[in-house]
Design a protein around this ligand. Sequence first.
Ligand code: ADA
Length: 562
Amino acid sequence: MIRTFETHHIRFENELGGMWTVQQLSEDEQVVKTVQTIVPSCWESLRGFENFRGHCRYIKEIETVAGNYRLIFKGVSHTADVFVDGEKVAHHYNAYTPFEVLLRNLGEGRHKLEVIADNRFSEASALHISNDYRSYGGISRPVVLERLNEAYIHHVHFNTDMAENGWRLTFKCQIDNLADDTSGYSLEIKVADEEIKVADIRFDENGIATVQGSIIISDVAWWCPESPALYKVHTVLRKNGTAVDDLIERIGFREIKVSGDKILLNGKQIFIKGFNRHEDFGTFGCAVPEIAMNTDLDIILSTGANLVRTSHYPNDERFLDMCDERGILVWEESHARHLNAKQMLNPNFRKQSADCIDEMILNHYNHPSIIIWGILNECDGTDQYGRECYKLQYDQIKSLDTSRPTTSATFKYFDDLCYDLPDIVSVNIYPRWYVNEEPTAYLNKIREHINAHGGFGKPLLISECGAGAVYGNRGFSEVKWTEDRQAVILKELLHKYCSDKTLSGVIIWQYSDCRVDDGFFAQRPNTRNNKGIVDVYRQPKLAYYTVCEQFKKINTYTEGEK
Ligand code: ADA
């Protein structure tokens, strides 16, 4: 499945799933072993590859008629080099964002597609470093082959804003032209019984046209957690009246705003109660099967939660589609976790971060479930260079999307120099786990500092709090790492923080246990981050029931003033 809904009636697209050949390569490029596998998948799912950190060659033969094609990789972990018939056609860094390559005038017949996937750590990789989650290896998300006409719709973004007599729907569409003939093109956009027509499209010297506009639509259902109404938007490109390409996107009529220290969804103040979720499932690694994505949302919704934070990277768009459909709010964040000052000085850091933000927003813009863009989880904003990095990324996000608030989760509460930069201030705190502090007093100390250093008057989120437990480890002693202790800690945290009307929400660390890189084995039993309320196979710990009890007491909409 490419998306959970059909995205084209006219354009030909085909998912290059099924069997691929995988060659495990040695450091000197020799083939060590060759197996067959299903794509998408992680190679850690394969016998003999469970702990492999290196590079592999994926091979698939494709057959085409003559024409222009676009290859789209939804995710290759973590660095990809792509070859078609032996010619290198693409390079991409980062497992968590899509990339594409145009194959112009591809001949009729069979073609050899090769992808070198590499999950090694080196200076070439500023964001995938040994971390408290595993950087897996493989073609971990779908591969799509599209056949294109001479001109095609590259993408179209939609904004929905509450207006006096309904909703203002704003669109911005990019059309790419691969031929010299640029005459006779027009566009039509159909949504909710409305149709927008744009005639006489003009292309620039690079063969790119940008078409934008807006209309007021009055009679539509709103998108909200309790009623996530979705509308398909069918954009059709015509040449001299004949339809030559199309793109179906899906939107929700909703508005997210920050007003003072409140977060407003469709004009109503909300309290976020959520989970941090890594893309990780047992032996499937980050290539979480579609059914597992949906059952994750079943479990998350069953607790009374209303948000998922995509800690700490952009997620698979099929999961985001499911969040759109299920009414789960999303804080999606660009890829980074706990990079110190030295790691942020890696010469690749700024470009790799900027590319990730560009690709995240380009591809995920239309998801109504995404209400917050996050960056730089627990990175270093305590000196001027770090602050400059944060500011660059916040400014980049605002240049791409002004419709959503920004934030970043800090753990350097008393040294952070960036509280004036984001729309929402977020803190990762672990009272009763890493520090034996009383939760409310601990938070108040931090909040006092934030208010005095640029964060006053902004919404405050607890972006992480929680405790660890090894699944099945029970005991009267309630020592740390027992399920009993995890449940006791979470009960206190959620009772106190969910009743704190000065907060805009609490996001538990974390939803499920996940595998971590070998470098973290010493402080992570079974080389896993065990702070999930379910284990890697979604078996509930005692804490699951505690969270259900606590979250279900709290409404998503905050009645009255704080
Ligand atoms: C940090 C970090 C998480 C995780 C957590 C933990 O807050 O943001 O990724 O590592 O700590 O389990 O300690």
